[in-house]
Design a protein around this ligand. Structure first.
Ligand SMILES: [Zn+2]
Length: 215
């Protein structure tokens, strides 16, 4: 409902790419009828692909930038990675994790929001909902730093699993060469500090992924 407000999506036309995608999907027992192209180039040079929906309604959306920059085998390599996320139930796990963290946030909010001590700490003598929100915002940032860190650790683990799936069901080299091109268009840092990766990265670094794919 939301994506069409900002972007145009058209079905991928019949042709060699569609044939290759469908042939791969068949080999891994993945039912796929909805393949769409989105005009991501409208706003960014970044290339991407994602899944949405469940069951029969699931669809894969490819950015037009992906089609312009990558060879067909490389696109199927990226898709194989995304199918890995689906097959390993990462999508469901991510939804569950975000429901849990939202629940945690709202529970903490309910504890803080009416507490007169906290509004007093900011020099407000009459407690109110809006001052409670501000206090909560300040107190919540260390909590969100921790939940964000845990989510990133989980996400990096999932990325390795999806890469392994692509390696085992398709072709590691196709994914490697596509990742190289994608990191070029998204200007990603090739040598980030280990500590920075640990805290902020939702994906392993390129080199870590290549090493894992070639192992
Ligand atoms: Zn991934």
């Amino acid at each position: 409902m939301i994506v069409p407000i900002f972007n145009k999506q058209v079905p991928l036309q019949d042709g060699s790419l569609r044939t290759k995608i469908e042939a791969y999907a068949k080999t891994v027992g993945f039912e796929l009828h909805n393949i769409f192209i989105i005009d991501g180039s409208k706003r960014s040079t970044k290339a991407n692909a994602y899944f949405s929906g469940f069951g029969k309604e699931k669809r894969i959306t490819l950015y037009d930038t992906l089609l312009n920059d990558l060879e067909e085998e490389e696109i199927v390599g990226v898709l194989a990675h995304e199918v890995g996320h689906y097959k390993k139930k990462h999508i469901i796990a991510n939804v569950a994790a975000s429901i849990f963290t939202t629940g945690l946030t709202l529970w903490l909010l309910s504890l803080f929001i009416g507490n007169p001590l906290l509004s007093e700490a900011l020099g407000v003598s009459t407690p109110s909902f809006h001052i409670g929100l501000i206090v909560f915002g300040i107190l919540y940032s260390p909590v969100s730093a921790v939940t964000g860190l845990l989510m990133n650790i989980l996400s990096r683990k999932f990325e390795y699993q999806a890469d392994d799936f692509a390696k085992n069901t398709y072709n590691a080299e196709a994914l490697i060469s596509s990742l190289k091109k994608l990191s070029k268009t998204s200007l990603s840092n090739l040598t980030p500090h280990k500590a920075y990766v640990f805290v902020h990265y939702s994906h392993p670094t390129l080199l870590e992924r290549f090493n894992n794919l070639r192992r």
